[in-house]
Ligand binder design. Structure first.
Ligand code: FMN
Length: 300
């Protein structure tokens, strides 16, 4: 039997999702509409791919296949680490793409990556600030590149440099949300980067506090542990603008390439609609956190 790690953030996150139960509200309900708008573009669903990288390990041209799948589902496509040529092949699929740049220690490299992404026609750029350190407190090294923690001033400069919205990914505190806002970020992703640290707060536990800091000024996205339309619903009902799905898309990609990604996103969106219909949340502007109760019976 696989040994369970006590502080496994993925397990803790799963348990938190499962501790949330839903009321049903049928009277005056309607057929739901999941149309989602972001940075001036319209999508069929608020369920997006996660910022993936190196999917060639999953299937041939995995990053391009994932983008085709997202485009097929009319979903936002996120990408992580990778070079400009790959990004150009990704955006050539027509997928509206958000590029997340690593927190490279080399400041000039970050600026070049922002410019590369803009040339490729991305919808937005951002940075996964939670990948600065390794688990021993040193700076992370990823594929030979040195990472570094980023200051408010660094983020301010990226925001200034980018002609598209700049998103900070890996926010798991009110403090970082506040600092990102101060630096001018135009979106944040509440995430623990699939358990980068043990005993990390489940994103949905901290989401309500982060939303108070953000006060509706910028979209707040959520990822980590979202595997179903039900998980997506809980995040959206609590106030997330949209959610990203990472590891739950890997097997569909391995099995069926773009069709697998498209099929899984569509399936999750259908589940989401089913739950929206039965909870009286008929579109994304009418999601309502009061449909959620904790196991104790307490309303959210
Ligand atoms: C294969 C793979 C590659 C990833 N590469 C990146 C990356 O380059 N940059 C990034 O910000 N996040 C990256 N992530 C993390 C995801 O964007 C996301 O935060 C995480 O997977 C969400 O959790 P989930 O897998 O439980 O849905 C990657 C995830 C996977 C599964």
């Amino acid at each position: 039997m696989e040994e369970q790690k006590q502080g496994d953030s993925d397990r803790i996150t799963r348990e938190y999702f499962d501790s949330m139960l839903l009321e049903m509200r049928h009277i005056d309900s309607r057929n739901p509409d999941t149309t989602f708008t972001l940075y001036g573009e319209t999508f069929a669903t608020p369920i997006m791919t996660a910022a993936f990288s190196h999917l060639e390990q999953v299937c041939r041209e995995g990053m391009v296949e994932a983008a085709k799948g997202a485009a097929g589902a009319q979903a936002v496509n996120w990408v992580g680490m990778g070079d400009e040529e790959e990004l150009a092949r990704i955006t050539a699929t027509g997928a509206k793409t958000i590029k997340i740049i690593k927190p490279y220690a080399d400041h000039e490299l970050v600026l070049r990556k922002i410019a590369d992404a803009e040339r490729c026609g991305v919808l937005a750029v951002g940075m996964d600030i939670d990948h600065a350190f390794n688990s021993k407190g040193g700076c992370d090294q990823i594929r030979g590149y040195e990472m570094a923690p980023k200051s408010r001033e660094d983020i301010r400069e990226y925001v200034r440099e980018a002609s598209v919205p700049f998103i900070v990914k890996g926010i798991l505190s009110e403090r970082d949300a506040y600092k990102s806002m101060e630096a001018g970020a135009q979106g944040i992703v509440v995430s623990h980067h699939h358990g980068i640290m043990e005993y990390a707060c489940p994103p949905l536990m901290i989401l309500p506090d982060i939303l108070k800091v953000v006060d509706g000024q910028i979209p707040v996205f959520v990822d980590c542990g979202i595997v179903s339309g039900m998980d997506a619903f809980k995040a959206l009902a609590l106030g997330a603008a949209a959610v990203s799905v990472g590891r739950a898309l890997i097997q569909p990609l391995a099995d069926q390439g773009a069709e697998g990604i498209c099929g899984k996103l569509n399936q999750m969106n259908d589940e989401l609609k089913g739950i929206m219909a039965r909870t009286g949340c008929y579109d994304l502007q009418h999601m309502d956190k009061s449909v959620i109760r904790q196991m104790s019976g307490q309303k959210k």
